[in-house]
Design a protein around this ligand. Structure first.
Ligand SMILES: NC(=O)c1ccc[n+]([C@@H]2O[C@H](COP(=O)([O-])OP(=O)(O)OC[C@H]3O[C@@H](n4cnc5c(N)ncnc54)[C@H](O)[C@@H]3O)[C@@H](O)[C@H]2O)c1
Length: 419
């Protein structure tokens, strides 16, 4: 086997800073868009957060209509409805304004409006047929309003299939937005609970990417133009995720404690986008793989502080719960990287023989920002572990990025330690 020696970093055109979102019209016009679909969510549409962006698009002479996705995270039904609206409207561009839920839906709209077909044609196997889009999707501009998912820079869209009790996604480089407008002002009204969950998601994107299996342990890509989306930790991704971990350590507690703290909001916005660039090229591993069954298995818990009444475990929380146990397990495989990540988060040196530093540091931050730290807190117990193990094992795309071999025994141990 010939091992990989080259790593790739794919990134949209990035605009960062106060007011960046109001440049949306100029960017759409530069992409040649004349009639756009703006995808947001029902809560944001109600409070009008998307309105300055809408006005900017109209001011650029672009026709634009709004589709608001229902509360909660995207499902196959909500994505299909959005895709139908996108197909019917005769649009030539899409702009997403919202958290990961709206941005992921915007990606699917851009795909389906260009290429049609059934959603499941494109959904990851084994649930879908994992068919690659036949060509580029409609031009897509992404405007995040949460500091967490990094969806504005990644090539994946996640959806929930509640009847099948599973979450999965559509993953292809064509889904990566062409432009990301990252405007910290949009997060000033984000509730503390959402700030905390999204911030921990960003931290885990960065910490999992930094501790993922090094790209040089993978078989060399047969076609250099088509390397896997998740290549494992590599130097180009490291630059972004190291910065993201440090920013989460400096700013997450402040952003949760005082939502009007613009320096902290800017720091977290940068952290989320930087973490997205990093993990969108390197990958994530055990905590994210475990998050899929935690979020998908049961829809019975309402996250305190989240808008609306929808019952689900928000993505950031679903990832957080197993992270301390997962890092305690993976530290042995890459001790230096785990120690470095802990040092960046804590902004101080960590003893060489401290083999649980990253798991402990993440747990301490979770406690400090009020994030649930055990499965029981979100409605699960020991009886749920076997079916969660099965669910996590289906996420081989992610588990292959872990720095050690992960099978049922390892997942079960992590889940039991996270009860
Ligand atoms: N594509 C990717 O790379 C990627 C990565 C991680 C997660 N995800 C997916 O993203 C989804 C979660 O996204 P999220 O965590 O950003 O949450 P979200 O988009 O579901 O938003 C959470 C809540 O916050 C509200 N909200 C958003 N912005 C706000 C603002 N500025 N002010 C006030 N309220 C605001 C929303 O209306 C919603 O009620 C999940 O489906 C997850 O699986 C995608």
């Amino acid at each position: 086997m010939t091992l990989e020696t080259v790593a790739v970093l794919a990134v949209p055109k990035l605009a960062f800073g106060r007011g960046a979102s109001t440049e949306a019209g100029a960017h759409l016009r530069a992409l040649g868009v004349k009639r756009a679909l703006l995808v947001t969510d029902a809560f944001l549409a109600q409070i009008g957060l998307h309105e300055p962006v809408l006005a900017a698009v109209r001011a650029a002479g672009i026709e634009v209509e709004v589709h608001a996705v229902p509360a909660g995270e995207p499902t196959e039904v909500s994505m299909r409805a959005a895709a139908d609206a996108a197909i019917a409207g005769g649009y030539d561009g899409v702009i997403g304004v919202g958290g990961g839920s709206a941005l992921d839906t915007a990606k699917v709209c851009a795909l389906m409006a260009k290429h049609g077909g059934e959603l499941r044609d494109y959904v990851n196997a084994p649930i879908g047929a994992a068919k690659p889009p036949p060509g580029p999707v409609l031009p897509l501009v992404a405007v995040p309003t949460t500091a967490g998912t990094g969806s504005e820079v990644t090539a994946v869209a996640i959806l929930d299939l509640p009847d099948e009790k599973v979450k999965t996604g559509i993953s292809h480089p064509y889904l990566r937005p062409l432009v990301a407008l990252v405007d910290p002002d949009l997060t000033l009204g984000l509730p503390a609970a959402v700030t905390a969950a999204c911030g921990i998601d960003a931290l885990l994107h960065a910490a999992e990417a930094y501790t993922s299996r090094p790209f040089t342990t993978r078989e060399a890509a047969p076609d250099p133009a088509h390397r896997p989306a998740y290549q494992g930790s590599h130097p180009l991704a490291d630059v972004w995720v190291r910065h993201a971990i440090e920013l989460c350590g400096r700013f997450l507690e402040r952003a949760v404690a005082d939502g009007s703290d613009l320096e902290a909001r800017s720091g977290m916005m940068m952290a989320a986008t930087a973490a997205g660039v990093g993990f969108g090229n390197a990958g994530v591993h055990i905590p994210h793989a475990c998050s899929y069954p935690i979020a998908g298995l049961r829809h019975a818990w309402h996250a305190p502080g989240y808008p609306g009444e929808a019952r689900f475990v928000p993505h950031g929380l679903a990832c957080a719960i197993t992270a301390p146990a997962a890092f305690r397990m993976t530290e042995a495989a890459l001790p230096d990287r785990h120690r470095e990540a802990a040092e960046l988060l804590l902004a101080r040196p960590v003893e060489r023989d401290d083999r649980t530093a990253l798991g402990d540091a993440v747990l301490a931050l979770m406690r400090s920002v009020g994030v649930p730290t055990g499965l029981r807190e979100v409605g699960y117990d020991a009886d749920d572990v076997p079916v969660m193990v099965e669910g996590a094992l289906k996420q081989q795309r992610l588990l292959q990025c872990a720095p050690l071999e992960v099978g049922a025994a390892e997942i079960e141990a992590v889940l039991r330690e996270s009860l």
